[in-house]
Ligand binder design. Structure first.
Ligand code: ADP
Ligand code: ZN
Ligand code: ZN
Length: 747
């Protein structure tokens, strides 16, 4: 028997069997309803027992002998959450690359090896007087084990079965004896490992201010009118976005709907989450990366069963299987952690918008410094824009000083502290107010700049800074262009031209030397190796056990420190020249966040930005707190250079243990892409092949190609073509191929 179309079906959606799909024939009358994600009934195994499965792929040809392929019996029409998530996985695979299996693993709750945790406990089944009498009796008869157990029960009421056996060393026979005699009762219950601990304190309802109220009212009006839209809340730090989210969440769950709230893992602190607990009690649950797979699975089951209405978590919480989803919120939507670092490299914002479309839900993105992508969507009317311009409490905006480091050098000040910063630090130390010193270390990659004039060595083709390598070569990581490191500045002839970079540890030493009386804490990757270190340092600082906190970008997020009235940014430029087209945006975001740390409470704040490029628009706009000005400038640059979000980039990374094979493969793929875009008349730019910036990682060679085009879907077509070629051709053995659309990390 032959069919016009075939379906790949998974029988059981647990991780182990995701890899196993079975092919079935689609009878003509089911062709229309047999779509990806559809739940089906199929004959399975020797006895052709009827069981349920889901369609995860479709094809025109059989993979095995046609005679062995059985037909689908029926397509079920009940809409189920699994179907929806499978379809979403398919969409992710199509738009971000990777296999269906990779996508399903990202999207489906994982059932693997989860044993439902049984808790058995013992409790007293007789009155206390009776128990006391029995104790006496056991003591006389010298029944030590029975006595120990009964005494423990008298004291604690109930005790855990395992504890009785292990800690109290009670033999099972003694426990059985007490139970059989109805002195003690054994009970067991299946518990969900709910990580939420309820706060007892009453929730204090905050009266929304007018700016906040207007947003909430407008959202509700849209919702009542049946509109299910996407929104972007652009609100400065401390403007009360979280209060707005909570008010809207409260409305949406009042309509019987459920809510997913994404927060970057680093901001998922007790401080943040407890605000939600206080307001929503045990209807809210959290997910985080420290939880075991079993704990995460439990949360998804609770969501599916309607035991919770709100889930708060990082990127992966996006796939919580709520059957009645009403709203997805993404806070700090500009954060890079919303992009998956493993295949498929999806972006949570895009997937959230898609999931909302599929389910008739709303999406709210929120940020003090929206990503260019989202703000562009808002300016095109694809997202509705709300703006919060004022801090909800506190003193108002801090005063910002921009210090030109070139002037400091002219005045023979070679220290890392400008005269202004030194003066203000001394002032705060004398007033016992706190200081944060921020070192933007992300750009430590080693761009080369001139300390006299600020000149930065850039690629003439890509307008990104070149990166210094050990062999005194400066290399462009986008196109492979390279030159040897100049001895004198090509701009001003100064000999102070060198790779830039200062570590936090160095800064700490210099602070201690310059300000001997100050108590200093340092937070960076080295001091936060262990679980809990991060919180420990932050809480010590908030108890004012130190005057100065030195750190990398880690310190600019989340926490409120009312006594911080000075923020110093040691070298704002460190993130400007990272060889990444998003460097200007990244710098702007970091500076705004850092500035937002100063003067959060009644005391007014000051910010000192030290830079070699006081005229750079990212720095000027951040100092003015002017997002719109930054956006306009940055968008011009992206448009000019055909970078996202006005254009799109498809990155293809080829990896292989053999350099020769990697180079051969990448040049074959580059040729194939060139031919394909010619044939299809796609007007795309192909850049490369070139070695990746990390050209060799763990003895694996990395080569890449970038393709730029205005239309995302054309890039998807190129990806599909190249992927097919790569899989079906014999020429790529020993090589791997990975795709990344609009990359956010370096390669
Ligand atoms: P964001 O999320 O925009 O950074 P938050 O919602 O965390 O801002 O609010 C910042 C601070 O201001 C919080 O301490 C919050 O309790 C307080 N706050 C927010 N809105 C109001 C309001 N309408 N009245 C008083 N305090 C408010
Ligand atoms: Zn110079
Ligand atoms: Zn270049």
């Amino acid at each position: 028997m032959s069919y016009r179309s075939y379906a790949d079906i998974i029988i059981d959606i647990s991780l182990e069997s995701l890899d196993r799909t079975y092919q079935y024939g689609i009878p003509d009358e089911l062709l229309e309803s047999a779509v990806i994600g559809a739940p089906v009934l199929v004959p399975f195994g020797k006895g052709s027992r009827k069981i349920n499965g889901y369609i995860v792929g479709l094809s025109d040809s059989p993979k095995i002998d046609e005679q062995l392929i059985k037909p689908i019996i029926k397509v079920e029409n009940a809409p189920v959450i699994e179907s929806h998530l499978i379809w979403l996985a398919y969409w992710i695979k199509e738009n971000f690359g990777g296999t269906m299996n990779d996508a399903l693993k990202s999207v489906m709750p994982v059932r693997k090896t989860v044993k439902t945790k049984q808790v058995r406990s013992l409790s007293l089944a007789v009155s206390e007087q009776e128990a006391a009498r029995l104790c006496e009796e056991f003591r006389k008869k010298n029944n030590k084990a029975r006595l120990r157990l009964l005494e423990a029960l008298l004291e604690e009421g109930t005790i855990d079965y395992n504890r009785a056996v292990k800690d109290l060393r009670i033999p099972r026979e003694s426990i059985d004896y007490l139970c059989n005699m109805r002195i003690a009762r054994l009970s067991s219950e299946q518990i969900y490992r709910n990580p939420v601990k309820l706060e007892s304190s009453e929730y204090n309802r905050i009266e929304l201010n007018e700016e906040q109220r207007r947003i909430v009212d407008d959202f509700i009006r849209d919702y009542e009118e049946g509109k299910r839209l996407g929104y972007l809340i652009h609100g400065i730090t401390g403007s009360g976005k979280t209060e707005v989210y909570m008010e809207i969440i409260s409305y949406v769950i009042g309509r019987g709907k459920q809510v997913i709230m994404l927060i970057p893992e680093i901001a998922l602190t007790y401080q943040t989450v407890s605000r939600f607990w206080r307001r929503f009690g045990d209807r809210v649950s959290i997910l985080n990366s420290r939880m075991s797979q079993g704990e995460r699975y439990d949360q998804s089951i609770r969501a599916k069963n309607g035991e919770i209405d709100i889930i708060i978590g990082p990127r992966s919480a996006l796939f919580t299987p709520f059957p009645n989803l009403g709203l997805i919120i993404i806070d700090e939507e500009h954060e890079y952690s919303y992009k998956s670092e493993s295949v498929p490299k999806y972006h949570a914002v895009d997937v959230a918008i898609k999931r909302a479309q599929l389910t008739g839900s709303c999406v709210i993105l929120g940020s003090a410094t929206p990503s260019l992508e989202s703000y562009l969507k808002a300016s095109r009317g694809e997202l509705k824009l709300y703006t919060l311009r004022h801090r909800a409490k506190a003193a108002g905006q801090p005063t910002v000083w921009i210090v030109d480091l070139r002037d400091e050098l002219k005045r023979k000040n070679k220290s890392i502290f400008s005269a202004k910063l030194k003066e203000l630090i001394n002032d705060r130390l004398s007033r016992r107010e706190q200081i944060m010193l921020f070192l933007n270390r992300r750009g430590y990659a080693g761009f080369v700049s001139c300390r006299s004039c600020g000149y930065v060595v850039k690629c003439p083709h890509c307008d990104v800074s070149l990166t210094a390598h050990n062999n005194r070569l400066l290399i462009c990581h986008y196109c492979g262009y390279s030159i040897s490191q100049p001895d004198l500045c090509p701009e001003c002839g100064s000999k102070y031209i060198a790779a830039f970079g200062t570590g936090t540890q160095k800064v700490e030493e210099l602070v201690k030397k310059e300000f001997p009386g100050a108590r200093v804490l340092r937070m960076d990757a080295d001091t936060t190796k262990n679980k809990g270190d991060y919180e420990t340092i932050l809480s010590a600082f908030s108890r004012q056990e130190a005057d100065i906190l030195i750190g990398t970008q880690m310190i600019v997020k989340g926490h409120d420190f009312p006594a911080v009235t000075l923020v110093g940014i040691i070298a704002a430029d460190l993130s400007l020249y990272t060889g990444d087209f998003r460097a200007g945006e990244r710098t702007f975001q970091l500076l705004c966040q850092a500035a937002g740390r100063a003067g959060r409470d009644v005391l007014p704040g000051e910010v000192v930005i030290q830079t070699y490029h006081p005229e750079h628009y990212s720095i000027v706009a951040a100092a003015d707190g002017n997002y719109e000005a930054f956006f306009e400038q940055e968008l011009l640059y992206r448009r000019l250079m055909k970078y996202p979000p006005t254009s799109h980039i498809l990155l293809m990374l080829v990896t292989s243990a053999s350099l020769e094979q990697a180079e051969r493969a990448v040049s074959l793929l580059g040729e194939a892409a060139r031919l394909f875009i010619q044939e299809q008349k796609i007007d795309a730019d192909i850049i490369g092949p070139a070695p990746a910036s990390l050209s060799k990682l763990n003895d694996i060679y990395r080569q890449l190609i970038y393709i730029k085009h205005d239309d995302y879907n054309s890039l998807v077509n190129i990806k599909n073509y190249i992927e097919g070629y790569f899989i079906y051709s014999q020429q790529f053995s020993g090589c791997n191929l990975m795709f990344d659309f609009d990359p956010m990390s370096g390669y």
